[in-house]
Design a binder for this molecule. Structure first.
Ligand code: ADP
Length: 443
């Protein structure tokens, strides 16, 4: 099966969040299942053409994904030469024009390329125009381009409904089938609380909405081999390994030595999604519980300022790192005791999957993919109320276990590290969705 996977980012070429991780790893798992998969992503100026050995062919950049031989086409360079830093992808109006330009380039690629995919696998709102253009294209035109019998089916994967809902509406109406990145989020997006005003469109297509849980790439996220860590460790050696990484992390962040829990937060500073307001309100009580906190994130400048002004009140106890820092992210996953995830909604969430692999227990709001991946009291702690009270009460439960039931805590850590969220199973589910999309496109 031939699949063109189109996305706004793909690690390691370019990444601002979980979409980048997924686009950088799911295609590798599909390739292992013998799918002829290729990627198209925007040719941002920040992509390091030297490091990724990018060649130019017919105006497109061509490289491969990571160490694999999966081809990646970098498109619409002329658009992204003018846009500045991709780190600004934050929901602004200007982005709609950039990604229309990207979609036009995708359509040109579909027309001109000798390689003809059978499936166009689009991700999030950025690709909407490509999906809607194809939907409007007459079968005869597609046949002229080499797609016989309209043999080009489409799948839209929703990683996040909250950005540019108008564009997403267009994509939802145009695509053959749809999936969300966890079974729970697939159900939630049909309800008013989570549908971002797209309830009508999504419910009209309810039969075509599936949920497939994201995975992570354990070649990248593995404490046994992670080159960013002061000491690598396994399920057998984590106690010493995590202690050393924690010392290193504290010293780098200027946090005091302490027997209390070190809590981490890693994520985009998006107050609508990530529960930043809840976290800020909880800081005083978390510190009173004897916890320390490190926040790594970048995003909304108003909330970045609020976070900074909280941190200055607790020197040695709270550290704010308001930037994108791959190495520090790895050090936090390894050195923290627990990761706080107070998201209002979370389509899947990768940070809890990574944290568990590193023996760092997630303390999370029970919503979306967090429900599907964290077993309360076994591999992490879930809380119901989306509020600082909810978060603090879950941290209290974690702290009680951490300080008075060390054996129970250790069992949870080992259990969390042994969970398996590799892509293998979900990649098989995507193949089934591709088949469904092909049937649907012929209806
Ligand atoms: P989302 O897709 O909503 O951004 P996820 O939990 O799915 O959230 O994925 C977040 C990914 O981005 C993880 O790989 C996380 O480590 C990474 N990440 C987020 N913010 C930062 C940051 N400031 N520095 C380094 N990595 C970050």
């Amino acid at each position: 099966m031939r699949v063109l996977f189109i996305a706004a980012e793909a690690a390691p070429l370019v990444k601002v969040g979980g979409l980048g991780d997924v686009a950088g790893s799911l295609p590798l798992a599909l390739k292992r299942l013998e799918v002829d998969i290729r990627l198209a992503v925007p040719w941002y100026t920040e992509i390091d053409v030297g490091r990724f050995k990018v060649c130019e062919e017919n105006g497109a950049g061509v490289t491969t994904l990571g160490k694999s031989d999966v081809p990646v086409y970098l498109l619409a360079r002329e658009v992204f030469l003018k846009t500045g830093s991709h780190k600004a992808i934050a929901g602004t109006k200007a982005e709609e024009a950039w990604f229309s330009g990207f979609c036009e380039a995708v359509v040109r690629f579909l027309k001109d390329s000798e390689w003809k995919p059978e499936i166009l696998h689009g991700n999030d709102w950025h690709v909407a125009k490509a999906l809607s253009f194809l939907e409007k294209t007459a079968p005869e035109t597609l046949a002229e381009w080499g797609y016989l019998e309209k043999n080009l089916a489409t799948l839209l994967t929703i990683h996040n409904l909250s950005y540019h809902p108008t564009r997403l509406r267009e994509a939802i109406l145009a695509t053959d089938i749809i999936n969300a990145v966890s079974p729970t989020y697939a159900r939630e997006i049909l309800t008013p609380e989570f549908c971002e005003d797209l309830c009508e469109e999504l419910n009209a297509r309810k039969e075509d909405v599936y949920g497939v849980l994201n995975g992570i790439d354990y070649a990248v996220w593995n404490p046994e081999t992670d080159g960013y860590l002061s000491e690598c460790y396994s399920t057998l050696t984590w106690k010493g390994g995590k202690a050393r990484n924690k010392r290193e992390l504290r010293s780098r962040l200027g946090l005091e030595e302490s027997t209390g829990m070190l809590l981490g937060f890693v994520g985009r500073i998006d107050a609508n999604q990530k529960g930043i307001g809840v976290l800020i309100q909880a800081v005083e009580r978390l510190v009173a519980l004897g916890c320390q906190l490190v926040v790594l994130g970048t995003g909304d400048p108003r909330y970045e300022r609020k976070l900074n002004s909280v941190a200055v009140r607790y020197p040695g106890k709270v550290a704010m790192c308001l930037r994108f820092d791959e190495q520090l992210a790895h050090m936090i996953y390894a050195g923290a005791d627990a990761l706080v995830i107070p998201s209002r909604f979370e389509p899947c969430g990768l940070i809890q999957l990574i944290a568990m692999k590193y023996g760092t227990l997630p303390i999370a709001h029970d919503v979306g993919g967090l429900v599907d991946t964290i077993r309360d009291g076994e591999t992490g702690f879930l809380f119901k109320a989306y509020s600082s009270v909810g978060l603090v009460s879950a941290v209290e439960r974690a702290k009680a276990m951490y300080s008075t039931e060390p054996v129970g805590w250790e069992m949870m850590v080992t259990r969390a590290m042994r969970e398996n969220f590799s892509w293998e199973r979900s990649a098989g589910e995507y193949i089934k969705l591709y088949e469904k999309a092909r049937e649907k496109s012929k209806e």
